[in-house]
Design a protein around this ligand. Sequence first.
Ligand code: RIB
Ligand code: CA
Length: 315
Amino acid sequence: MTKQPRKIIIDTDPGQDDAFAILLAMGSPEDIELLGIVAIAGNVPLALTQKNTRMICELAGKPQTRVFAGCDRPLSRNLVTAEHVHGKTGMDGPALPDPTMPLQDQHGVDFIIETLRREESGTVTLCPLGPLTNIAQAFLKAPDIIAKVQEIVLMGGAYFEVGNITPAAEFNIYVDPEAAEIVFKSGVPLVVMPLDVTHKVLTTRARVAAFRGLGTEVGRVAAEWAEFFERFDKEKYGSDGGPLHDPTVVAYVIRPELFKGRRINVEIETKSELTLGMTVADWWGVTDRAPNALFVGDVDAQGFFDLLTERLARL
Ligand code: RIB
Ligand code: CA
């Protein structure tokens, strides 16, 4: 029996690395049926993330994609953004034309609820690539959908790699720790791509050259996004490129065998200002807290980039 493409909803705050994840999904129709994309406020405000999402769809030649705006701020905190990493537009690097495709009128949270109520239970995977506000709001507004989610594969958190926005916390979790707590305690099967694994997929010179070597508009834009995005991490960590965080989520949906992790308990710090947003990962099983997530720590990095480049070539 031929494998059916997995139905996914991407929740995203583009963000150059988010763009790679969206393009990877769009270049993989045999593996992924992209039901829709919901923008969230994160790297930059919602007005920009929803616009950037549509620009990415048009770059991929997919203007029929349904793009929704979700929440414009965290559940109960002020928004924290990351222009210092992604630039003022959130997608600095190459100049792209303003989008002409429509933004859907329906709120993104209602789209998530409606989709999960409509599709067969256990057949829709949620792929959050930014703060978890939209997912948490959907669960709060419609608890009946929680049992219908097949799996949540998310980029967020850190343990051995420690934080990137504070010494203790990774950005996506830090922006809305209350939302993250709702998601991590929901009981939905979770796959977590923390900095521990995303810092192993670096945009080395050879890999960026492979993007550019595609000889396509997508390849050129991808190389220029990488060259802008990597400058922050190269300076901060002295690394050999920038970490392509978010496409690890979509690569896992397509080829989970590229990754290795451990099923453990992960809880979110929501009280202490010092460690707010920390993903407290019981990697060594020192508590009796029940495992709730596959916490991914390792990846076949070249296999990941080969898959990413091969699928970008299709757009
Ligand atoms: O900490 C990395 C995460 O924060 C990535 O998803 C990046 O796009 C930003 O949202
Ligand atoms: Ca992101």
